[in-house]
Design a protein around this ligand. Sequence first.
Ligand code: GUN
Length: 290
Amino acid sequence: MTAKIIDGKAIAADIRSDVGEGAAKLRAGGLVPGLATVLVGDDPASHKYVGMKRRMCAEVGIESYHNELPADATQEDVLALVERLATDPAVHGILVQLPLPKHIDEEAVLNAVPLSKDVDGFHPLNIGALAMKGREGDFIPCTPHGVIELLKRSGTEMSGASAVVLGRSNIVGMPVALLLVDQNATVTICHSRTKNTPELCRNADIIVAAIGRARFVRGDWIKPGATIIDVGTNVIDDATRKSGKRLVGDVDFDAAVEVAGAITPVPGGVGPMTIAMLLQNTLRAASRCA
Ligand code: GUN
C-alpha cells in the first residue's frame, strides 16, 4: 500500500486565495488589514519564518508592520512595544515570534496582546478556551489549526478515532491534543517519559508527530491505513545535496508511506499551513473592525 500524500502546499494556497479575496473586499471598503510582527533577538530561524510570514501577507493584501528589538532588549522594552501595537488602529493582529530570549517573561508578553488581536492564539485565555468543553476562543493557534484542517481536508475521520500526539509543547503538541479531543477523537499524548510509544502508535488511527527528532517514528510503528501528520522540521546532513543538508520530518517518510493511508510530506505538509492559518486569523481580526 502506498499512502495518499496530503498536499499541504496546495491546501495552504487555496486558503491564501480565499484570504486574498476577503482582504480585497475589506480594502475596497476602505479598511486595510494589518499584521504587526515582533521579533526579538537574532535567531536565524525566527528571522526566516517572520520573513516568510511578511511575504505571504504582501501576497494576499495584508499590510505587515515589522518591529525588531535587539537580543538584549529588556522586558519593559518588549512590553512597551506590544502595548503600543495594542492601541494602534492600523494593526489588527499582533504576532510575537517565539521563542523569546530566555530573560524575557514569555507569558507576560503574550498576556499583553489584546484578545482581539491575538491572531497567533497564544493568549492564555485563548489556550484555556481550548481545554474547556463547549467554549470557543477567539483564535486557534496556527500550526495546531493547520493540522486539524489537513485532517479534515484529507477526509480523515476524527470522531471516534484513536489519535496519538507525539510531543506536548505549548505551541503544537498540547493544543493539537485538545483540538483532537474537541473533534471527538480518543487522544494519547506521548512524550520523553512515555514507556511504550511504539506500541501506542501501532494502535493509532491518527499520529501527529511534533517532537523535533529526525525520522523518530519508524514504519513498523504505523497501523496500516493510518493518517500521519508530520509537524517536524529537522535539518540533516545529505552529501547528495548542493547545500550538503536536507529537511526531514519526525517520521521516517520512506517507510511510513508504504504503510499509512495518508501522510504529509516534509517540506510541503504542515509548514505552509501555519502561515495560511495566521493570514486567515488576521483577516478575521480585521473583519471585526469593518
Ligand atoms: N515559533 C514557532 N512556531 C511559531 C508560531 O506558530 N508562532 C509564533 N509566534 N512563534 C512560533
